[in-house]
Write a protein that binds this ligand. Structure first.
Ligand code: SAH
Length: 344
């Protein structure tokens, strides 16, 4: 079976080239081309034809096809991409003054079952491999002909449920001779798989860990996020505290504000007490209503009140500016539309 070239690090390629008696510098040339996002061997114009043929016998370039792009009035671009096996994923490009940021998917679908999230409606289809995750960055960068400087693993899927490939992806995209995106410019968002957070902590990467909390009481979180029945709030926060201490990196907590469910004054106060001794930052996100779900976003005044209470307790909190809400940019929304269309 052919192997996906986009899954190969420079070091792994060099080993392969050495084993096949090909000069080492050729591996660097090929890695360069792959990092530039080429979609065919024939684009590698400094690689001799017989070497290209030899490579084609062992490798393929795991392209993804852009099957739809939607551009928001604020410049946000949402991409629907078709993978080799016909599966569809989505990723979102956000344009900021400080550079281009991309939100990538780590799985096709998701099995975590969060009640407000569109990605999980049809369950988990499969994991993406590292090459398919970096492929999203390459494809978008090529499409806009610009460098991507920030990555958030906040698209469809639970990154820590695909631990090995996600880690491989972060190392690949960070490689100084590859796309060279700094670890500090990568954010990994998780619903809170404690053993995997502990494993990640040992890697001591300089990435930002974002944890989807969304509630300050187990009863409320149980109802929103089934994962809470295995990994409840207190032990989760305990590991987050250790994570910040061990890595020296501030943890981000994501808190989606849902009108009447988790946005009251008492919830804000409870949250402030829970987070008291953690080096953290809270990102408040008025929930993005999903057609299939019945939640309503908290209004601005309620969000502001929630933020102020946290601040009064010395906890840094920001209300996330909504980007791309006119193009269904929340996780899984575009893909679901496509699936629904296809099944009609
Ligand atoms: N599985 C990971 C990452 C994917 S979702 C995680 O759970 O963190 C990225 C973020 O978007 C998470 O905080 C998730 O809870 C949130 N999210 C999902 N659906 C949303 C919606 N409809 N409105 C607002 N935030 C949502």
């Amino acid at each position: 079976m052919l192997e996906s070239l986009r899954n190969y690090s420079l070091e792994a390629l060099e080993t392969w080239f050495q084993e096949h008696n090909i000069p080492k510098f050729r591996a660097k040339q090929v890695f360069d081309w792959i990092s530039k996002g080429v979609t065919a061997f024939d684009e590698m114009n400094n690689v001799p034809a017989d070497l290209k043929n030899q490579l084609k016998e062992h490798f393929f370039i795991n392209n993804m096809m852009i099957s739809d792009v939607m551009t928001s009035s604020d410049g946000t671009r949402k991409y629907l991409m078709t993978l080799n096996d016909g599966n569809i994923i989505e990723c979102v490009l956000m344009r900021y003054k400080h550079g281009n940021s991309i939100c990538v998917s780590s799985q096709v679908g998701c099995k975590m079952g969060c009640s407000f999230c569109a990605s999980t409606l049809y369950g988990l289809e499969r994991n993406l491999d590292a090459g398919e995750i970096i492929g999203q960055v390459m494809t978008v960068s090529r499409d806009i002909q610009e460098r991507i400087s920030n990555i958030v693993l906040m698209g469809s899927g639970e990154p820590l449920d695909n631990y090995h490939e996600v880690l491989k992806f972060m190392r690949l995209v960070n490689h100084p001779k590859g796309m060279n995106i700094g670890m500090r410019n990568i954010t990994l968002s998780t619903c809170g798989l404690i053993p995997k957070i502990e494993a990640l902590m040992e890697e001591k990467l300089q990435i930002t860990l974002a944890v989807s909390l969304h509630a300050a009481e187990d009863e409320v979180r149980d109802a929103l996020m089934p994962v809470n029945k295995s990994y409840a709030i207190r032990p989760l926060l305990e590991v987050c505290k250790r994570y910040a201490e061990v890595t020296g990196r501030r943890v981000t907590f994501e808190y989606a504000l849902i009108a009447g469910k988790n946005d009251q004054r008492t919830e804000a106060e409870r949250l402030a007490i829970l987070l008291r001794n953690i080096h953290c930052h809270v990102n408040l996100i008025p929930i993005n209503p999903v057609v299939e779900r019945s939640f309503k976003a908290s209004d601005q005044a309620q969000a502001k009140q929630f933020q102020n209470i946290l601040k009064q307790h010395g906890i840094e909190a920001t209300i996330r500016r909504e980007l791309g809400s006119d193009i269904d940019a929340a996780c899984g929304q575009l893909r679901n539309k496509h699936i629904n269309r296809a099944s009609k």
